[in-house]
Design a protein around this ligand. Structure first.
Ligand code: SF4
Length: 403
């Protein structure tokens, strides 16, 4: 498994696969073709289908500038390796092709170049939850200790930075009001939810704060603000919402949050390695489902759960999001994405509490549900995987036509 630094990426929303990944690919191609007079970028499959709403073209053009840039959209055409394909072509002043490169944005901001063998330093000796649990039980270690003993020495510093960016995204999002960009006319909600929670009765406070904190980050993401992929931009509000709530509610130390980020990251990394965190590949279960699982694991650890209870909470978080489709209206990372973050953080808290009530024994293992999620994702038709031609996106386009 790869480093947690490649799971938790710091960058600008609204989409890790549709803006962060393509921006990084554009930057690399521009640097390799600095003398080009024109760069043509062809977007394929899901990247083309939802690229306008996700601001993919704007993100690429902003990087390629001042070189002339043309974007070609091919939503019907899917390249071989992944639904999010891009082709970069550079031309000289006589319109001769100089260079060409195909790259895939495979989720969470990660890239895979055609013809390149996927290779990264494998940081972890075990890639299955059950192997890790066995190791931890034999050695007496926690999940977070397993992470720190395998990663580079500076992981704690990196996770401290991650926590700062998450915290700032919550705090920025809580004070902003107004309509989000994109044309849907969707107003931000975090500010009002926060205010109402402050005056509400005790029994509503936990849900109210969890909703407000996760909405704050999801709305910042929709507004192209700075967030952390956890595991993606679209699902970037779930884990910060949980950590910010527990940080305040339990008066936690920063080092406790960093350890929770390590455990949540391990859970996200297991899904990324053994299945996928890409909405275009497996639907929203890979994004929000994984985020819910990560937040559930973090909360269970912070509330004193055992290794088995943490694994149980992570399993619940993913299992009960199985089959969740990705059908963003107009391709914007707004509906259903923003509310979905709020509901996922609430589910994550329920998963943590449910697991803490148990002794940790349960029937379906985390590794099993990860395999099921992958298979389910591959069985879901592509119209429910970030193409915006099915589900809510289709219904909304019918409503628009009827007006
Ligand atoms: S529906 Fe889920 S997977 Fe699709 S863009 Fe929104 S958050 Fe991402």
């Amino acid at each position: 498994m790869d480093s947690l630094k490649n799971l938790y990426r710091i960058g600008y929303g609204p989409s890790s696969s549709h803006t962060m990944g393509p921006s990084n690919a554009a930057l690399r191609f521009k640097e390799e073709n600095i003398d080009a007079k024109k760069i043509v970028v062809t977007l394929y499959g899901s990247l083309a289908a939802t690229g306008k709403g996700h601001l993919t073209d704007r993100a690429i053009i902003a990087i390629i500038e001042p070189i002339d840039c043309e974007i070609i959209w091919r939503p019907e055409e899917f390249l071989s390796h992944h639904p999010n394909g891009l082709k970069f072509q550079s031309y000289d002043e006589k319109q001769n092709l100089i260079n060409e490169e195909i790259v895939y944005s495979i989720g969470g901001g990660a890239l895979h170049y055609e013809g390149e063998i996927i290779s990264y330093k494998s940081f972890y000796p075990y890639n299955q939850m059950e192997e890790i649990i066995e190791y931890c039980q034999k050695s007496g270690k926690s999940f977070w200790e397993y992470v720190f003993e395998n990663e580079d020495y500076d992981l704690a510093d990196y996770l401290t930075k991650v926590w700062q960016v998450m915290k700032q995204a919550v705090e920025r999002g809580l004070i902003k009001e107004g309509v989000l960009p994109g044309g849907l006319g969707l107003a931000r909600k975090a500010y009002q939810y926060h205010r109402k929670t402050q005056i509400m009765g005790k029994q509503y406070k936990q849900s109210g704060y969890l909703y407000a904190f996760s909405l704050a980050v999801a709305e910042e993401n929709a507004n192209a603000g700075k967030v952390v992929t956890a595991p993606t931009c679209g699902s970037s509000g779930v884990l910060p919402g949980m950590l910010y709530f527990l940080h305040q509610d339990m008066n936690l130390r920063e080092d406790e949050i960093i350890k929770a980020l390590a455990t949540a990251g391990l859970v996200g990394n297991l899904v990324k390695h053994n299945a996928s965190i890409s909405g275009a590949e497996v639907g929203c279960q890979g994004e929000i489902g994984t985020a819910c699982s990560m937040a559930a694991a973090a909360a269970t650890q912070l509330m004193g759960g055992s290794i088995r209870q943490i694994e149980y909470a992570a399993e619940i978080g993913l299992e009960h999001n199985l089959g969740l489709t990705c059908d963003p209206i107009c391709g914007l990372v707004q509906i259903p994405c923003i509310e979905r973050n709020a509901f996922a953080v609430r589910s994550a808290m329920s998963a943590a509490i449910f697991a803490l009530f148990s002794d940790g024994t349960h029937f379906v293992k985390f590794d099993e549900v990860v395999r099921v999620m992958k298979q389910t994702g591959h069985d879901i038709p592509s119209l429910y995987k970030e193409t915006s031609v099915g589900g809510l996106a289709l219904e909304f386009s019918k409503r628009n036509r009827a007006l």
